[in-house]
Design a protein around this ligand. Structure first.
Ligand code: PMP
Length: 778
């Protein structure tokens, strides 16, 4: 399993989209790729020859770690000539692409928690290189009306004592904005008074249009140069992306720090590429001007085409090779009933329906925009823009406003919460007193739930827990004088305490401490209800998933790994089976009949259930949810098989399978309508599940055998998954399992097994059809 830090990193969207476009091309689809970030020109002949000559000369060994002296000299000379800045060799490092320089730079200057200011829209890599160095990316929005340029005021307003650096990218990827000397000077004035670095990514410096005079940030004065690290490279201006050369110029101590890191990552940039880059910098420069002229022609063409499209605005780029139109006016429209909600949705639509690959603005921190690259042939550009124009014109106003009402709460507590059910009365009293102090009148919620006749009062300072609680259970009366059977205090923000659930059976008091996730609260409530119900009312819980077929109840019971959920939803596909309970039912006896009640108003389902029952996804859209993944960057599902067809990429606001801690509180009536749900059934079949390749599909069990399996919490022949806990009766919600309680629970199941048949079902060799045989509804 990859580390948590790496799980936070999304792969480069441009590379992902380019791969998708390539795959479509391989299928024979005529895709126009406007996502690409590299010139379509070949590397100049003289540069290629220098590379080939390097091979002939056997210049194919390690070089100096920080770059060959000859290449550093060429870099220094070109920077002097083009930008009027002077550097010593110790102030230059050559690396495997500017990306590599940036990575090493942030590793070299950022300590954990340091802030790096990143003006948005930003190039996709900046936040990740900062985060990989354990820094904090601080975004400052720039506006199209201001030419997407960071202002001195905005910069000043975001500097804190933790600020280490600001990144300036001029000309910019993705907006094409380039800073004038005056604009840079205003920023330099702010920087002069602060102890921060400026990381000036000037990789597009040579690609500027309309006689724009490019100024390097380091050229603003010796004092500024000392605070600046220039990032540059030949990738873009000499069409050398694949050669992987980049460089950084800055204070010698920082460059030396980067060299140390580089000595452990790539050692040195490829020797052959260094020779080629040297030729690019020293040789004739007319290929660069030829490229600039051509890019300017394409930019003008692209801009005119975009501006002719209704409801689009686009800043005139001063450099680089991207157009960054604002397409927000098209959000909310739909195609064949599918709404375009955001830039990801629009990108997906353009790729699938118009066969044009572009990059959604969301990747650059600006969801109202898309990025088109004109570093492709004029022919492609014309074709791509024509297709985009037609595709946008084909979008229709939404026929019915499909409002998505999902409310998602991101809980801090995600790990399982340890449970201590052996709390003594004195400790309970002390804890109650400590906790009460944290329930202030302005942050206090109280609500009585009735769960199978047992009244449980919640007292909490977490609004989210209160919301879910109220939604999940049926209400009890709130009249004065009503004494709840039990009380749960769910209190967050208690200093010095680990998240924990605690329970005292004598006083029927539960505590949930420093946990804002609903699962542990629900489990505590069910445990309390079971404790009260079993002792006082002769009602006992059965942990399983149950359906009803014509008044006969059937419950699936088993440990994880036995496909319980798959079978449950498999049965529900047959309209003869009705939904009863998805996790727990409470059983009472009327004569011989075991009456099983579903006690929850809503079902608390892991949203990963969509894997078994895809129809749940649109239902979750309208549910109350917890920990659902909203952004691709938050996706923790490294093994996702749908990476190439991701719901989030298609513009869906949520992914339900990306996090295993994600839950929805779903109204069961939505699954197939109110007629497909029952609250009470008579339990007739207990189906214990196992999963192996050899046991018989179905075997009837004697009551004794069934009871033995239930008590042990282990099915015969099933290997336990590593780290999996065994729960007696397969029920993790049973809080107290003292001797007497265990006997009582056992006696209740004995009674149940007198009126319900027990089966052992092997989900490794049989499917739902076999279960349907049991109830006679084949
Ligand atoms: N900076 C910016 C702003 C870029 O757009 C790119 C390439 N997309 C790079 C740096 C990295 O270039 P390379 O690693 O190819 O030198």
């Amino acid at each position: 399993m990859v580390s948590e830090r790496v799980k936070q990193i999304g792969a480069s969207p441009t590379l992902r989209i380019a791969a998708k476009a390539k795959a479509m091309k391989a299928e024979g689809i005529d895709v126009v790729d406007l996502s690409i970030g590299e010139p379509d020109f070949p590397t100049p002949e003289n540069v290629k020859s220098a590379g080939i000559q390097a091979i002939r000369d056997n210049f194919t060994k390690y070089t100096e770690n920080d770059g060959t002296p000859a290449l550093k000299k060429a870099v220094i000379a070109r920077f002097k000539e083009e930008f009027g800045v002077s550097y010593a060799p110790a102030e230059v490092i050559v690396s495997s692409g500017a990306k590599s320089s940036l990575f090493h730079l942030f590793q070299a200057i950022v300590d954990a928690g340091n802030e790096v200011i990143i003006p948005a829209p930003y190039w996709v890599t900046y936040p990740h290189v900062v985060k990989l160095a354990k820094g904090k990316a601080v975004y400052v929005e720039t506006r199209e009306e201001d030419g997407f340029v960071l202002t001195a005021e905005a910069l000043k307003a975001h500097i804190t004592p933790a600020t280490k650096a600001v990144i300036l990218n001029s000309p910019s990827n993705p907006t094409g904005a380039a800073y004038t000397r005056e604009q840079l000077q205003a920023l330099a004035d702010v920087v002069r008074g602060e102890d921060i670095y400026v990381v000036a990514d000037e990789i597009y410096a040579a690609l500027v249009y309309d006689e724009f005079k490019f100024t390097s940030f380091a050229a603003l004065g010796e004092d500024i140069k000392k605070k600046t690290i220039l990032i540059n490279g030949p990738s873009k201006s000499y069409s050398m992306t694949g050669w992987r050369i980049g460089y950084a110029l800055g204070p010698a101590d920082i460059i030396a720090g980067m060299a140390k890191i580089q000595s452990h990552t790539t050692s040195n940039a490829a020797s052959i590429s260094q020779k080629a880059a040297q030729e690019a910098l020293n040789g004739p420069q007319f290929e660069v001007s030829r490229m600039v002229q051509e890019f300017q022609r394409r930019r003008n063409y692209g801009l005119i085409k975009l501006q002719a499209m209704p409801r689009i605005s686009c800043l005139k780029p001063q450099g680089a090779f991207y157009l960054f139109p604002n397409v927000k006016a098209y959000y909310g429209l739909e195609f064949n009933g599918t709404p375009i909600r955001n830039s990801n949705g629009l990108a997906y639509y353009l790729l699938r329906e118009a066969n044009v690959a572009i990059v959604p603005g969301d990747s650059f921190g600006a969801d109202d925009y898309i990025r088109l690259s004109y570093a492709t042939s004029m022919e492609n550009l014309e074709k791509g823009l024509d297709r985009i124009g037609r595709a946008l014109a084909a979008l229709q106003p939404a026929r019915k406003a499909k409002r998505v009402a999902l409310s998602n709460y991101a809980a801090r507590a995600r790990a399982a919460v340890p449970v201590d059910a052996a709390l003594t009365v004195p400790v309970r009293d002390g804890l109650a007193a400590e906790i009460e102090r944290h329930l202030t009148p302005e942050n206090y919620f109280e609500w009585n739930a009735v769960v199978n006749g047992v009244v449980v009062q919640l007292r909490t300072n977490v609004a989210h827990l209160h919301d879910f609680w109220v939604d999940n259970w049926y209400p009890a009366q709130l009249e004065a004088g009503l004494e709840p059977h039990g009380i749960i205090h769910a209190v967050d923000g208690i200093p010095g305490r680990e998240p924990r659930a605690l329970y005292n059976s004598e006083t029927k008091t539960g505590f949930l401490i420093n946990c804002d996730a609903y699962g542990p609260l629900r489990s505590l409530a069910l445990g309390l209800v079971a404790d009260v119900g079993e002792r006082s009312f002769g009602v006992h819980p059965v942990r399983g998933m149950s359906v009803d077929a014509g008044g006969q109840g059937l419950v699936l019971i088993g440990p994880p790994g036995t496909n319980k959920t798959g079978l449950f939803f498999g049965l529900l596909r047959d309209p003869r089976f009705r939904f009863h309970a998805s996790d727990i039912l409470f059983v009472r006896y009327a004569g011989k009949a075991a009456l099983a009640d579903a006690v929850e108003r809503k079902v608390f389902l892991p949203t990963r259930t969509v894997e078994d029952f895809g129809r749940l996804a649109p239902l979750f859209d309208g549910s109350k949810c917890e920990n659902v993944v909203l952004r691709k960057d938050d996706c923790k599902d490294a093994e996702c098989l749908r990476q190439e067809d991701c719901r989030l990429d298609r513009g869906a606001p949520f992914c339900y399978k990306a996090a295993k801690e994600a839950h929805a509180l779903l109204d069961p009536n939505w699954i197939a309508g109110p007629d497909a749900v029952v609250r009470r059934t008579t339990l007739r079949h207990l189906i214990l599940l196992r999963n192996d390749a050899f046991s018989p599909a179905l075997a009837e069990l004697s009551a004794e055998e069934a009871l033995r399996i239930l008590v042990s919490g282990e099915v015969p022949g099933m290997k336990k998954a590593a780290g999996a806990k065994t729960h007696p009766f397969f029920n993790p919600h049973l809080l107290t399992l003292s001797e007497d309680r265990l006997e009582l629970h056992k006696a209740h199941f004995q009674r149940l097994l007198q009126s319900a048949k027990a089966w052992l079902f092997n989900s490794g060799t049989a499917g739902v059809d076999k279960i349907r045989e049991i109830t006679g509804s084949k």
